[in-house]
Design a binder for this molecule. Structure first.
Ligand SMILES: [Zn+2]
Ligand SMILES: [Zn+2]
Length: 151
């Protein structure tokens, strides 16, 4: 991230969780929702929400919940793209069942570089859905700059 420094792994986890609930499942995301999923206290969640708000990734309204900003949405899509491309790789090359692929991808997606993600993407001809049928967000540069040639 350019202006406010990089996202920590935990922030990335929150961001993608909020994105999946709010944008993909169309639910309102509250402190309670997140604390239940991550099995942490509501106070911990509030603290993380405030950090994300400071980085301009979400708008946080106490007692109402959280909403992703345009920037938060873009970051979440980038993170989910990496996660889903890794899943694709595991399923296609090693025949992992999607659930296992998802588990393994969750452990390393945060560390996956843009270049690696783009290489997986072009190797599999820019897939649009992952093995569990979730959208893989397109990356304009990946499709148009011929990343295939770099390695
Ligand atoms: Zn691509
Ligand atoms: Zn998936």
């Amino acid at each position: 991230m350019d202006i406010d420094g990089t996202l920590t792994r935990k922030e990335a986890q929150y961001l993608t969780l909020v994105y999946r609930k709010q944008v993909e499942d169309c639910n309102r995301v509250t402190t309670t929702t997140v604390s239940r999923v991550l099995k942490v206290t509501p106070a911990t969640v509030t603290e993380s929400f405030q950090k994300l708000a400071k980085k301009n990734l979400v708008e946080y309204t106490p007692y109402y919940g959280i909403k992703l900003t345009e920037r938060g949405t873009a970051e979440a899509q980038k993170l989910l793209r990496r996660h889903r491309l890794l899943e694709t790789l595991f399923v296609k090359t090693m025949n992992y069942p999607p659930k296992k692929a998802c588990n393994e991808a969750s452990k390393i997606d945060y560390y996956c570089s843009e270049a690696l993600a783009n290489n997986i993407c072009s190797t599999y001809n820019h897939p649009v859905v992952c093995p569990c049928k979730k959208e893989i967000y397109a990356d304009y540069d990946c499709k148009h700059l011929k990343n295939d040639a770099v390695w």
